[in-house]
Structure formats: C-alpha cells, structure tokens
Design a protein around this ligand. Structure first.
Ligand SMILES: Nc1nc2c(ncn2[C@@H]2O[C@H](COP(=O)(O)OP(=O)(O)OP(=O)(O)O)[C@@H](O)[C@H]2O)c(=O)[nH]1
Length: 213
C-alpha cells in the first residue's frame, strides 16, 4: 500500500456528517455499509494516517457514533443549513482543544474512497501558491466541502454565517486566494459520494476496486 511521507503541518481532520441525507430518504449516510464496512469506517481508515486527530461533525444524539471512538462535535450555529456550519464547528473545536494546530481538513463523511495523499497534496498546493484555502477536485468537478481551512479564519467565517447568512460554500472560497488540487477519476473517482439508494450499488462495485488496490 502506498504511504505518503511528505511533511506538512499538523492538521485536524473533521468528517462532516451533519447533513439530512434527503435524497436517500434520511438517516446517517456514513452509517451505510458498503463492501462489508460502514462508509464511516472507510473514511476514518483513509484519513487517520493523514491527520493528527479526527473529529466527527454531527447533530442529534452523539451516542449513535460511540463505536467509532471519535469526539462528536455538533454545529455551533444550530439549524444553519449546509456544511459551512460543520466546518465552523470544527475550527472552533480545534482552537479550543488543539491550540498548536493551525489547519483543519474537512471531508464529507459519505466519501469512502478519499485519496491517500489528500492532505499532503492540499498542503503542498496552498503553500506553493501562497493560498489561504485549498480544495479538492476530480476531473472537471470541484469538491469544496473537501478542503484545508485555516483555524485563524474562524471569526470571519462566523461573521459570514451569522451576520451575512452566507450559505453557499463557493461564495466563501471565492473570498480568499484558493488553491485547487485535481485528482484523476480513473480507475475510480476518489470523491465519489453516495447520495441516493442507487448510488449504494455503484459504491459496492467501487469498494471492490478500492479494496483490491
Ligand atoms: N454540519 C452540517 N453538515 C452538512 C449539512 N448539510 C450537508 N452537510 C454535509 O456536507 C456534505 C455534503 O452534503 P450533501 O450530500 O450535499 O447533503 P446531505 O444532507 O448529506 O444529503 P442531501 O440531503 O441528500 O442533500 C456531507 O458530508 C454532509 O454531511 C448541514 O446542514 N450541517
């Protein structure tokens, strides 16, 4: 298995699981099983070696995630729609609990095949391009929910949410010098995410490919 050795600053990972999964009929998408393991197990296994710690952003009763052994951090702007609220919660948690850590990596909790060099390449790009933020893309598709965020920007992000009611993540990333790193979509898109019940069947097929790699 390929191990990434590039050095980069300590990075706190947050797995975003605060969505309502409406296209799948509700429930916790990351708790769906593909290829014999939950999506969340797969995300954790992929990111643990890349991050200095992981937290899970989810609302409601945290006990349902107890088996994963991660701190569960709810949105701190309750009811604010969209992933920016989860990212803000992670920046606040990191500022309070990991004072030496300046960067947070956010990842959708429903992306089971994340790249093994995700954090290294995002850091490399944002350092090289002197960017404040870095986000992932695959093929022609940008995935701004999967990105590197400076903890120091949390007050500006809170202002954007609470005062400006800024809901679209693209409008947030447009404010700063942004680095984008693109991964290939073959043999599988590392940012494939399961949104519908039909996607679960495709995820099973891709899980077999991923497990064999
Ligand atoms: N904290 C938080 N995270 C969210 C919210 N909405 C979406 N997310 C997260 O953002 C990522 C992308 O979410 P989507 O797939 O677009 O939305 P979803 O709610 O999971 O699914 P749909 O309801 O079917 O759109 C996932 O990791 C979600 O958990 C939210 O309101 N709060």
């Amino acid at each position: 298995m390929k191990v990434v050795t590039t050095e980069f600053p300590a990075t706190q990972g947050v797995l975003l699981a605060g969505g309502l999964a409406r296209r799948m009929g509700g429930g916790d998408k990351p708790m769906r099983t593909i290829g014999g393991r939950t999506i969340l197990e797969r995300v954790i296994a992929r990111l643990k070696p890349q991050c200095s710690g992981l937290i899970l952003n989810a609302n409601g009763d945290p006990a349902r995630f107890a088996a994963f052994g991660l701190p569960v951090v709810p949105d701190d702007v309750p009811g604010f729609p969209g992933p920016l609220a989860g990212i803000l919660a992670a920046l606040d948690w990191t500022a309070a609990n990991r004072r030496d850590v300046e960067w947070v990596l956010s990842a959708a909790g429903d992306c089971p095949f994340l790249p093994r060099d995700l954090v290294a390449r995002l850091h490399d790009a944002r350092a090289r391009e002197n960017a404040q933020l870095a986000v992932a893309a695959s093929g022609e598709q940008s995935h701004p929910v999967i990105g590197l965020w400076r903890v120091a920007l949390r007050d500006e992000l809170r202002h954007a949410l609470v005062v400006e009611d800024l809901r679209k993540i693209d409008r947030w990333t447009a404010r700063y010098p942004l680095a984008t790193v693109t991964w290939p979509v073959e043999p599988l898109d590392p940012f494939f995410n399961a949104n519908t019940v039909e996607d679960i069947a495709e995820a099973e097929r891709l899980a077999a490919l991923d497990d064999a790699a």
